[in-house]
Design a protein around this ligand. Structure first.
Ligand SMILES: *Cc1c(COP(=O)(O)O)cnc(C)c1O
Length: 474
């Protein structure tokens, strides 16, 4: 009964993935054109499953972005390792509910296995607890929820019983380059902007420890400090050891947002970047970025498993019996109740790479980023803006012979040109007040040849925009 539809999906998917490296990475498409193909009124009667799969694939194709392919460098987006993708298909086929051990002993046990492996790889305490969530956003939420409840509990305020009204006022302290999802997570947790203190960052986006000390000295009441392992623009790491010392001297909860950067811990050559990370109280990391498992997959880690459980555990209805023998109920470690068994694709990814493979994946992406930065510097007027310590490159192009043309505008023009050509995709960002081209190398498949093609494409775009700028000034 299932075979025809699944076979259709397999055919479409293998064809897509065989060709993903050759299609334009992102084509301009109008939402209205997609709507025209996909919309219309809901059919009254059901249709053939296999035919729907094929037709869906045909009709969405123009709107697909080849972010699974090897030359997509936007945001921080990984692809899918073959083993992880296949295990993800099975996750859907098995359709396990990972909320309860009773609903899926297999999902529960594989969660405990990947939790151990992840803690080991990421250099985090073996006794910490792990929640599998949708992504960095919810991993930040989970870590900060545990932190919020714990700093209040230390003041004898039980959030579970009393809620937040009338509670001691928490101050959340973070660096100027903290990720937007930290703000969102705090908002979900009832901590508003007025309760946030922003600490100055240095030229690489790292929170300045001396500035943190000053801010902490001026704070009273319960404290949460949010540090970052891997700035989304520069890849830079906050000085985590110093921050941990300062935060803990004030009895603050320290959360580390390491959505992609925490994977540096898995590489012997990059591990020093995360020094001090293990001193924190909670960590957020993504599976769907650098580990290259399919969306969606985030990982929340909390040192104090009791604090984790108090903040996130399910407020059980009578029919949601807990597991006998203390087995793991997934719903107790994250904000969701019913959810997919996210551990299966993580398990497959980790086994298909092995410890060495994870390390090599991190090293390879970082080496590609570093090499590209060296080559970009050879372009006239190009300035690489960050120390390329990880997998991120920021570059701004100054028009060589047209000083009156704004570098930000010029850089945006180069980016647009690259995007239009479709060899690769990279996006703009705003860095210290002006536009920069931002390149993130996060895909397991990206090869040296892909990086050659990427550099050639940027060089072509740069030359073309230089010529246009020069023509315009003549
Ligand atoms: C991507 C990212 C996030 C958000 O993660 P999602 O998986 O998009 O929810 C948070 N922090 C940092 C540093 C990131 O790079």
């Amino acid at each position: 009964m299932h075979k025809a539809a699944l076979q259709a999906a397999l055919d479409v998917a293998t064809r897509y993935l065989d060709l993903v490296a050759d299609r334009p990475v992102a084509r301009p498409v109008a939402a209205s054109a997609l709507r025209e193909r996909l919309g219309g009124s809901l059919p009254n009667t059901g249709e053939d499953p296999a035919e729907i799969v094929r037709e869906l694939a045909r009709n969405v194709d123009a709107g697909l972005v080849a972010s699974a392919g090897p030359r997509y460098f936007g945001f921080v987006i990984g692809g899918s390792l073959p083993a992880a993708l296949a295990a993800d298909w099975l996750t859907s086929a098995w359709d396990q509910n990972a909320a309860l051990y009773l609903a899926s002993p297999a999902a529960s046990v594989v969660e405990t296995v990947v939790a151990e492996w992840l803690l080991d790889l990421l250099g985090l305490p073996a006794s910490a607890s792990v929640g599998l969530v949708t992504g960095g956003q919810m991993a930040n939420f989970t870590g900060l929820a545990a932190g919020r409840d714990e700093v209040l509990r230390r003041l004898d305020w039980d959030v579970e019983e009393r809620g937040l009204a009338g509670a001691p006022r928490i101050t959340a302290v973070m660096g100027a380059e903290a990720h937007a999802t930290i703000y969102t997570a705090l908002r979900f947790l009832g901590i508003g902007k007025e309760q946030i203190r922003v600490v100055e960052a240095d030229d690489q986006g790292r929170m300045r420890a001396d500035a943190l000390r000053t801010v902490l000295n001026s704070c009273t009441g319960p404290l949460i400090v949010c540090a970052q392992a891997g700035c989304v623009n520069t890849g830079a790491f906050d000085p985590l050891g110093e921050i941990a010392q300062l935060a803990h001297a004030r009895n603050a909860w320290l959360h580390v947002d390491g959505a992609f950067g925490l994977w540096a811990a898995a590489s012997s050559s990059k591990r020093s970047l995360v020094a001090g990370s293990a001193e924190a109280d909670s960590w957020a990391v993504d599976g769907h970025k650098w580990l290259n498992v399919p969306y969606d997959c985030g990982i929340a880690v909390i040192r104090d498993s009791a604090a984790h459980a108090r903040a996130l555990r399910n407020a059980r209805a009578a029919y949601l019996v807990g597991a006998v023998g203390g087995e793991r109920d997934g719903q107790d470690w994250g904000p969701e109740s019913s959810r997919r068994a996210r551990a299966f694709p993580i398990y497959a990814a980790l086994r298909s790479l092995g410890r060495q493979g994870v390390s090599a994946l991190v090293d390879r992406c970082c080496a590609h980023a570093a090499d590209l930065a060296v080559r970009l510097r050879t372009l006239e007027g190009a300035m690489v803006l960050n120390d390329v310590v990880l997998n991120q490159v920021l570059v701004r192009f100054h028009p060589p012979n047209a000083p009156e043309v704004d570098a930000g505008e010029f850089t945006r023009a180069v980016i647009r040109r690259v995007q239009e050509e479709g060899t690769c995709w990279l996006g703009p960002t705003s860095w210290r007040g002006s536009t920069a081209m931002r390149i993130s190398v996060s895909n397991w498949q990206t090869s040296a040849h892909d990086m050659d093609r990427t550099f050639d494409s940027i060089e072509r775009a740069h030359r073309a925009i230089c010529n246009t700028a020069n023509d315009a000034t003549m």
